[in-house]
Design a protein around this ligand. Structure first.
Ligand code: SF4
Ligand code: SF4
Ligand code: SF4
Length: 223
């Protein structure tokens, strides 16, 4: 795949990381476009401006936004947590693609508004329905928008790397546990074998003794 082209498409995408395009983030969507697995009009936050730029970059006809993937927000939004209701379950933290929520288990959680992309992914998992989206003033200046998109991209990539490391560590941990279980299973098996052999030897010795004893007493002792 042409990585430079992937990066150029990704640079056009808004980095909301909402998954509305049907992919896990903006870069996976950019890759899917180049692989022919996605159309250029599946990103609601990027809206028609984004579609137009991607069409120009790829030299293909512009298309209207496919609203089956959602509608663009009319105003910028960020998430807000009603801290009186929050029970600290951490479900929202696990859902946030850019680590914009801070909090610890059983403690109230807060959204870092400057880092929230308004992706909405934290809303559905909240069992207390205490997260809502609130409109915010965001600069429409291209440089400021780019800076915000770059920050979201970096935070998204950092999170992906962290999750990948965690997954690798978990797999390694499971593998080590399995090895330990197999090892201890082997040990148990060896111990069991030793016990069986030892019992068999004892039985054989007892039988020999019994035969010798009964042989001495036998009236029909062979000549
Ligand atoms: S902003 Fe959302 S819909 Fe647009 S490319 Fe990124 S993840 Fe997909
Ligand atoms: S806080 Fe919620 S809306 Fe904001 S980026 Fe994280 S998941 Fe998305
Ligand atoms: S999901 Fe809702 S209740 Fe759970 S920590 Fe987040 S805001 Fe609080």
């Amino acid at each position: 795949m042409n990585q430079s082209l992937v990066d150029q498409i990704d640079a056009i995408l808004p980095q909301t990381q909402c998954g509305k395009c049907g992919f896990t983030g903006c870069k996976p969507y950019a890759e899917a476009i180049l692989q022919g697995k996605a159309d250029i009009n599946q990103c609601p936050p990027g809206n028609q401006v984004g579609i137009q730029k991607i069409a120009q970059l790829l030299g293909v006809p512009e298309k209207p936004l496919n609203t089956a993937h959602g509608q663009p927000n009319s105003t910028p939004v960020v998430a807000w947590i009603n801290e009186l209701l929050c029970i600290g379950c951490t479900f929202c933290i696990r859902a946030c693609p850019v680590d914009a929520i801070v909090g610890a288990a059983k403690q109230l959680h807060t959204v870092i508004a400057a880092e929230c992309t308004g992706c909405e992914l934290c809303i559905a998992p909240c069992p207390m329905d205490c997260i809502s989206l609130i409109p915010v003033e965001k600069s429409t200046e291209a440089a400021v928008k780019k800076q915000a998109a770059d920050l979201a991209r970096t935070r998204f990539q950092f999170r992906q790397q962290r999750l990948a490391h965690k997954k690798a560590a978990d797999t390694k941990g499971k593998s080590a546990k399995l090895t330990h279980q197999l090892d201890s299973g082997q040990t148990h098996s060896d111990t069991r074998k030793q016990t069986i052999i030892s019992a068999a030897l004892k039985r054989a010795a007892a039988l020999r003794t019994q035969q010798q004893t009964s042989g001495k007493k036998s009236p029909h002792k062979p000549i």
